[in-house]
Design a protein around this ligand. Structure first.
Ligand SMILES: Nc1ncnc2c1ncn2[C@@H]1O[C@H](COP(=O)(O)OP(=O)(O)O)[C@@H](O)[C@H]1O
Ligand SMILES: Cc1ncc(C[n+]2csc(CCOP(=O)(O)OP(=O)(O)O)c2C)c(N)n1
Ligand SMILES: [Mg+2]
Length: 321
C-alpha cells in the first residue's frame, strides 16, 4: 500500500538526532529553539531543483547530504553555530527506496554538521527540495559581507573547482581517472563550519562559495565598497583537478565554477598567524589568494600578467541569464 503523507514523515524523518537547542521538534505547529544568552538568531533558506542544482537520476544519498551542506554553508559564512533546520520536500511520488536513501544522506549530514531536523513540509509535485537553517552567534560578532578593508588579505578554504569538474563527469565530458574524487566533492560538500565560528573577531568579512569565487567575492567587494586583486596562480587546486585539466582550465573552473561550498574571507595582515594556526587545528587547507584594494573592482592576474575577466564566457552562476 502507498505511504501516506504522515506515514512518510514518521518513517523517514522523525528519528533524526536532536540537539541541545531544540525545545520542541517535529510534530507540533512550530519548532521552538532556545538561543544562548547574548546570542542572536541567524536564518537562511536554499532551494534545490532537479535539472538545475542536481542532475536527473542523482546519487540520492549524496543529494540528501548536499542539500543540507549547501544550506548550512550560509551559517558558516556568518560564523554562526547551527541550531536546527527545516526541510520542505516536494516529491512526485512516495518512492520508498528514494526516501530511504535520501533520509540516510540527510541524517549523515545532520550528524556531521551537528544540526538537527526540527520541522518541515511534505507535498506532492515536481521534485524540489528546500532547507531553511537556523543558527546563532554572539550579538555583534557575526561575519558579514560588508567589513573588508583596503590592505586586508583575501583567503579561501579547501580547494576550488572540483565540483565544476563533477559536472563534466555527470555530462560524461571529463578526462578519465578522477571521477570518484570529483563526484565526492560535489555530493559530499563540506563547508568548514567550526573553522568559520573560529573566525569571529578575526575575519573582517566572509562569504560562502556557491556561485563561484569571482561572483561571490564580487558580493564582498560591493557590500564593503572595496576592490580586490586576485592571483590565479595562488588558487588552491586539487591534484585531481590539476592532472585532469590544463592549468588554465583548472584555474578557470576554480574562479567561476561554483558549488564548492568553501569560504572566502578577508582579514588584516596581523591575523595571518592566528588564521594559519586555526586552519591547522581544523586540519583545513586555507590559502591566501589576494588582497583587498581601493579600486572598487576585481583585478585578476596570472602571476604578473593581467587577465581580462570579460574574456571569460562564464563569470559565475546566475539563474535567469
Ligand atoms: N525571494 C527572496 N525574497 C527575499 N530575499 C531573498 C529572496 N531571494 C534571495 N533573497 C536574499 O538575497 C540575498 C542574496 O541571496 P543569495 O544569492 O541566494 O544568497 P546565498 O548565496 O547566500 O544563498 C540573501 O540575503 C537572501 O536572503
Ligand atoms: C546538474 C547541475 N547543473 C549545474 C549546476 C551548477 N549550479 C547550479 S545552481 C549553482 C549555484 C548555486 O545555486 P544558487 O541557487 O545560486 O545557490 P545560492 O547561491 O543561493 O546558495 C551552480 C553552480 C549544478 N549544481 N548541477
Ligand atoms: Mg541562496
Amino acid at each position: 500500500m502507498a505511504l501516506s503523507e504522515f506515514d512518510l514523515i514518521r518513517r523517514y524523518f522523525t528519528s533524526f538526532q536532536q540537539g541541545p537547542a531544540v525545545v520542541t521538534g517535529i510534530g507540533d505547529d512550530c519548532a521552538e529553539l532556545a538561543l544562548s544568552p547574548g546570542h542572536t538568531l541567524f536564518t537562511s533558506i536554499d532551494t534545490m531543483v532537479e535539472g538545475v542544482h542536481f542532475p536527473k537520476n542523482p546519487d540520492v544519498n549524496g543529494l540528501g547530504w548536499r542539500v543540507l551542506a549547501a544550506a548550512v554553508s550560509d551559517l558558516g559564512a556568518c560564523g554562526a553555530k547551527p541550531l536546527g533546520f527545516c526541510l520542505a520536500l516536494t516529491l512526485p511520488e512516495a518512492d520508498e527506496r528514494w526516501l530511504s536513501d535520501f533520509a540516510e544522506g540527510l541524517a549523515e549530514a545532520s550528524q556531521h554538521f551537528s544540526i538537527p531536523l526540527v520541522g518541515g513540509d511534505t507535498t506532492r509535485g515536481p521534485l524540489c527540495l528546500s532547507v531553511q537553517v537556523f543558527g546563532e552567534a554572539p550579538a555583534g560578532k557575526a561575519l558579514l559581507r560588508s567589513g573588508a578593508k583596503v590592505g586586508d588579505d583575501l583567503w579561501v578554504t579547501g580547494t576550488l573547482g572540483d565540483a565544476r569538474a563533477a559536472l563534466d563527469v555527470l555530462e560524461k565530458k571529463n578526462p578519465a581517472g578522477s571521477e570518484r574524487h570529483f563526484l565526492q566533492q560535489y555530493y559530499r560538500a563540506e563547508p568548514p563550519l567550526s573553522f568559520a565560528v573560529g573566525l569571529q573577531g578575526v575575519a573582517s568579512s566572509a562569504i560562502d562559495l556557491s556561485d563561484g569565487l569571482a561572483a561571490d567575492l564580487g558580493h564582498i567587494l560591493q557590500a564593503s565598497k572595496v576592490g580586490a586583486e586576485l592571483d590565479l596562480e595562488s588558487l588552491p587546486l586539487s591534484d585531481a583537478l590539476m592532472s585532469s585539466y590544463s592549468a588554465e582550465q583548472a584555474q578557470y573552473y576554480a574562479l567561476t565554477g561554483g558549488d564548492d561550498y568553501q569560504l572566502c574571507f578577508s582579514a588584516s595582515v596581523e591575523q595571518r598567524e592566528l588564521i594559519s594556526d586555526l586552519a591547522r587545528t581544523e586540519k583545513l587547507r586555507c590559502t591566501r589568494v589576494g588582497t583587498i584594494t581601493g579600486s572598487g573592482e576585481l583585478a585578476v592576474k596570472r602571476g604578473s600578467i593581467d587577465v581580462d575577466l570579460n574574456a571569460y564566457k562564464n563569470k559565475g552562476y546566475q539563474h535567469f541569464s
